[in-house]
Design a protein around this ligand. Structure first.
Ligand code: SAM
Length: 329
């Protein structure tokens, strides 16, 4: 009988999914994340290609089969394709995904697919070019929409659009966004705005509750899809006449953390057990040589004891994460 090596915590949750940030740098200036653009705050360098591979191998040996590359903007790294290719070749890794702002997606989609990436999430908070520009600081919506199409043509079966719900900036266009996927094979994910250390005032002004979206979807004939085994915290919706699907990530909803199935590592090699936790546990000392694999795996297993049952957002505690670019959204 094969031994179950998978990572679990004290609450019976299993963690087959790792989100790896490979840089904090982002070339967009989203109003809720890095409104003044990326500013260097830490002298430590980002993980090297070799360190990233050691991290990924260690997690793969602990039962992780899905890795998402994120950031910051992961594609600003010049070695992004090498990293994706390296990770997709690791034994046990069945699924490499990435999250991107879609910069140069049209010309790069094929290279991502060829490097082994099989699922891509593209952030598009508004389908109105002027608003998209206001939110991101970049007037690039048309080319990013073309980029989505290029992903399908490149071979991606899973193309997701991440849209953060923003009161006053896109809440009046919910129907337009929902209808956008009716005749397209995209999956739209609405994400409730999350409070982080740096966006308190913005959060107060712009947070828009996910329940209103659920209500609207049900009114428009969408149905809650049955949960699949091992699915994460997103609630999924389907519509009998729609080619696309819709998901909702609502971290402020009841029981959100019960289905947590993911761990995060920062671009400097710290393990984050929760997006809203009190910081990360540095694994960098264990990433310096291939011989350290077992030691690293033991360290990771030990840290799982510190994973708490849930976040403390409802107690007004969003942890120490300054913004999501610093930990990989
Ligand atoms: N640069 C890439 C991108 O734009 O998708 C990857 C990193 S970004 C931090 C990952 C996702 O987190 C994006 O979809 C972004 O919209 C989302 N995000 C960032 N800050 C957020 C916040 N405070 N609340 C909810 N989502 C947030």
């Amino acid at each position: 009988m094969s031994q179950d090596v998978s990572l679990a915590d004290g609450f019976g949750r299993r963690f087959p999914y790792l989100r790896m940030s490979i840089t904090d740098v982002c070339n967009f200036r989203c109003t809720y994340c890095l409104p003044d653009g990326y500013k260097k705050t830490d002298q430590d360098s980002f993980l090297t290609h070799d360190e990233i591979m050691r991290m990924a191998r260690a997690f793969a040996g602990l039962g992780v089969w899905k890795i998402r590359l994120t950031g910051g903007e992961p594609t600003v790294r010049h070695d992004f394709l090498d990293i994706a290719r390296g990770i997709s070749g690791i034994a046990g890794i069945k699924h490499v995904a990435m999250t991107t702002n879609g910069y140069r997606l049209l010309e790069r989609a094929q290279s991502y697919f060829d490097a082994g990436v099989r699922a891509i999430n593209v952030s598009i908070d508004s389908l109105d070019p002027r608003r998209f520009h206001e939110i991101t600081g970049h007037n690039r919506l048309p080319e990013i929409l073309d980029g989505l199409q290029a992903c399908l043509e490149a071979g991606f079966k899973t193309v997701k659009i991440n849209a953060v719900l923003l009161k006053g900036q896109n809440d009046d266009a919910l129907d337009e966004m929902i209808d956008f996927v009716m005749d397209k094979s995209f999956s739209l994910r609405f994400i409730e705005l999350m409070r982080t250390r740096d966006n308190e005032e913005y959060f107060r002004l712009h947070h828009y509750p996910g329940e209103i979206v659920t209500q609207r979807l049900l009114e428009k004939g969408w149905q809650v899809a049955p949960r699949t085994e091992g699915a994460g915290p997103a609630m999924e919706f389907i519509h009998p006449e729609s080619k696309g699907t819709i998901g909702l990530i609502a971290p402020y909803s009841k029981d959100f953390c019960k289905t947590c199935n993911r761990l995060r590592v920062s671009a400097r090699g710290a393990l984050h057990l929760c997006l809203f936790g009190e910081g990360g546990y540095s694994l960098r000392d264990y990433l310096q040589s291939d011989d350290q694999l077992e030691e690293l795996q033991k360290k990771i297993r030990g840290l799982m004891d510190y994973k708490r049952s849930g976040h403390f957002l409802h107690q007004n505690n969003s942890g120490v994460t300054p913004h999501l670019a610093s930990i990989g959204g």
